[in-house]
Design a protein around this ligand. Structure first.
Ligand code: CA
Length: 226
């Protein structure tokens, strides 16, 4: 299975340049020139990763991302103009995996695409790979979580956290390990961030489906037990 990248960019020159470079790297490419078209293509599930410009006609990149995140955990790399520093913050808070500031070196974008795909486990060979727990199913290739067949919208970090716990079923995973796997070894923010993500996950799963999926092991960490 080939990896397909969706480019959402209204500047034709940039879009064409990206398309040529990505095809050269062996990716399949689909393009959209408006936010609305990009959102529709992203929601169709035909692409594995989206490169999303912020300044777009109809719907801007943030709005596309916000709407997409209601139903999809698809990897997204945002493109922002040089001075849109606040945009970067908003983009990452809004569930983007990474961002690039224009103008950028194509090699850097290619490297970040590879990194995001690797981190998300989309090498193109895991199409049917799934992690399950009762009615809960995580499809790694599609970046989808379903409960009883119903789609559950998770942010990238919530997804990563749940993935680590599912991969280590019946093993208590410490907060430090979770922090490193979910936020990266160089994470310098609040250390209670894992507790916050667990709370979000519980509000999206346990509270909605009246189950108890993630167990707290006091003073140690978290665990999903069979
Ligand atoms: Ca633009």
């Amino acid at each position: 299975m080939e990896t397909t990248i969706l480019i959402v960019e209204d500047e034709e020159k940039i879009a064409r340049f990206l398309e040529l470079e990505l095809r050269h790297e062996g990716y399949q490419v689909v393009k959209a020139s408006t936010g609305r078209e990009g959102l529709a293509l992203a929601e169709s599930g035909k692409a594995d990763l989206m490169v999303l410009d912020v300044m777009l006609p109809e719907l801007n990149g943030f709005e596309v991302l916000r709407r997409l995140r209601r139903s999809s955990d698809m990897p997204v790399i945002m493109l922002t103009a040089r001075d849109e520093v606040m945009d970067k913050v908003a983009g990452l808070d809004g569930g983007a995996d990474d961002y690039m500031t224009k103008p950028f070196a194509i090699e850097e974008l290619l490297a970040r695409i590879r990194l995001v795909l690797k981190k998300r486990g989309t090498s193109g060979t895991k199409e049917e790979q799934a992690l399950t727990y009762g009615e809960l199913e995580m499809n790694l290739a599609r970046h989808e979580v379903r409960y009883g067949g119903e789609l559950v919208a998770l942010t990238p970090r919530e997804f990563d956290l749940l993935k680590v716990l599912l991969e280590n079923k019946n093993i208590v995973v410490s907060r430090d390990t979770l922090l490193e796997k979910v936020c990266g070894y160089d994470y310098l923010g609040e250390t209670n961030v894992i507790d916050v993500y667990v709370r979000y996950l519980r509000s999206k799963l346990d509270d909605v489906y009246h189950v108890k999926i993630i167990q707290t092991v006091r003073g140690v960490g978290y665990c999903i037990k069979d």
